[in-house]
Write a protein that binds this ligand. Structure first.
Ligand code: GLY
Ligand code: MN
Ligand code: MN
Length: 356
C-alpha cells in the first residue's frame, strides 16, 4: 500500500473527515515532494496537494501521478487558497496537525476557513512513519554505507595538531561531494570536550591522549544515517580502555534484546544495567527512530512507551561522559527483522588508537 493509502486508512479508522497535513517531513513521506512548502488535504477517499508557484512544475513531476496538485501565486494567500479547496471538496470539519502548527497560523486558518470547523488532531503520521517500506530501508542502507565510507576517509586524517573544525569540514565536504546532504551538523569533540554529547567542532587541536568523538550522518534520497565513533589519539591509558569497553559492551547487550515485541524502555534499561556505576554519566536516551529526519518518531529511553516492530529503524547509541576527562559514544543504525535486528552501519568499533 502507498503511504497516502496507509494514511487514508488511518483517517477512516479514527473517524477524521479531512486532515490538513503541513509538517514538511510528513508531506514528504506521504507524497515524495521534496520542496520546502507544501500541504496535503486528505480525506479517507481523496487527496489534493497544494503549494505555491515556486513549485508548480516540481509538484506536478513529483506528486502528479498520486493526486491532483495546484499552486497559487501572489496576491493569493495560502490560507484563502486552502479554504477554496476545502469548499470544493465539500468538507465541513478539517483537522490540523497540532504538534506542528504555530498559534498564529492556527488563527489565520481558523479565520479563513470559517464557517468550516478547524479541529486539533495529534500527530497521526509519526507512528506510521516508524515502520519503513522496503524502499525506505534500501535508501537508509545506502545512506549508512555512505556514512561508513566517510568514516574510512576521515579516520585516516586523525593526528595530533589537526583541529576539530577541519575534521568536521572534511565530513561535510565528503557528503556534499558524494551528492548527499548532511542529516545534521557533524559533531567532532576531543579531549575534555568529548564529555559534551552534542558539542560543536571548535578550533581545538587534537592532542595525544584525547578521546575524540565523531557523530555524523548523510541524508541520501531523503533518508538519513546517523553514525558515531570514538577513538583515542596517539596513546591510551587503562581508563580509556575501561570506559570504552563498557560503552561497547552496553551497546552490544542492548542490541541483543532488540526484536519485535521488545519495549524501548527495557532495551534502554539493559544498556544502563551493563554500565553499572557509570550509568550516572549516561544522561540521554539509548536511541531514536531514524528516517526522513534524523530524530524520527520513536525513542529508546527510560520513559519510552514504544514497542519494537519489524521494519522500524533505530539508532543504538549509549555514551559515558565524564566531566574533566572526556566521553565515549558508539552509535549504529539497525533495522528490526523478524527475529532480531540487522545492523546497517558497519564501521569497525573495536578500541582504536589513531593514527595507526
Ligand atoms: N547526532 C544526533 C544523534 O546522534 O542523535
Ligand atoms: Mn548521531
Ligand atoms: Mn542519533
Amino acid at each position: 500500500m502507498t503511504n497516502i493509502g496507509r494514511l487514508q486508512a488511518r483517517l477512516a479508522e479514527k473517524g477524521i473527515e479531512c486532515l490538513l497535513v503541513s509538517e514538511n517531513a510528513n508531506v514528504n513521506w506521504a507524497t515524495g515532494f521534496t520542496g520546502s512548502f507544501g500541504f496535503i488535504l486528505v480525506t479517507p477517499t481523496a487527496a489534493r496537494f497544494v503549494s505555491d508557484s515556486r513549485y508548480t512544475l516540481q509538484a506536478e513531476e513529483q506528486v502528479g501521478s498520486l493526486m491532483p496538485t495546484s499552486t497559487f501565486a501572489a496576491p493569493a494567500t495560502v490560507e484563502k487558497f486552502l479554504a477554496s479547496h476545502l469548499q470544493e471538496m465539500g468538507v465541513s470539519r478539517v483537522s490540523f496537525e497540532s504538534p506542528y502548527v504555530a498559534y498564529a497560523t492556527y488563527e489565520k486558518w481558523r479565520d479563513a476557513f470559517a464557517p468550516l470547523e478547524l479541529a486539533s488532531a495529534p500527530d497521526l503520521i509519526g507512528s506510521l512513519r516508524m515502520v519503513k517500506s522496503a524502499d525506505e530501508i534500501e535508501k537508509t542502507r545506502a545512506a549508512c554505507k555512505l556514512a561508513d565510507a566517510c568514516w574510512t576517509h576521515v579516520s585516516r586524517l586523525v593526528r595530533p595538531g589537526i583541529s576539530e573544525y577541519d575534521l568536521g569540514l572534511e565530513i561535510e565536504f565528503y557528503f556534499r561531494r558524494s551528492g548527499a546532504e548532511l542529516a545534521f551538523d557533524p559533531i567532532v569533540v576531543s579531549g575534555e570536550r568529548s564529555a559534551r554529547p552534542h558539542g560543536r567542532p571548535s578550533e581545538k587541536l587534537l592532542e595525544r591522549g584525547d578521546f575524540v568523538t565523531f557523530d555524523f550522518g548523510a541524508k541520501l534520497d531523503g533518508l538519513c544515517s546517523d553514525l558515531t565513533r570514538t577513538i583515542v589519539v596517539g596513546e591510551a591509558t587503562d581508563r580509556h580502555h575501561e570506559v570504552y569497553d563498557l560503552v561497547l559492551e552496553s551497546q552490544l547487550a542492548a542490541m541483543k534484546l532488540m526484536k519485535p515485541g521488545a519495549s524501548g524502555k527495557d532495551v534502554d534499561a539493559e544498556a544502563r544495567r551493563v554500565m553499572g556505576d557509570y550509568a550516572k554519566y549516561f544522561g540521554h536516551g539509548l536511541g531514536h527512530g531514524l528516517g526522513r529526519v534524523v530524530h524520527d518518531g520513536g525513542r529508546l529511553g527510560t520513559s519510552s512507551t514504544d514497542v519494537l516492530a519489524v521494519g522500524q529503524i533505530w539508532t543504538v547509541e549509549p555514551g559515558i561522559y565524564i566531566p574533566g576527562f572526556g566521553g565515549v559514544r558508539i552509535e549504529d543504525d539497525v533495522v528490526v527483522t523478524a527475529d532480531g535486528v540487522e545492523i546497517l552501519t558497519h564501521s569497525p568499533k573495536g578500541f582504536t588508537i589513531l593514527p595507526e
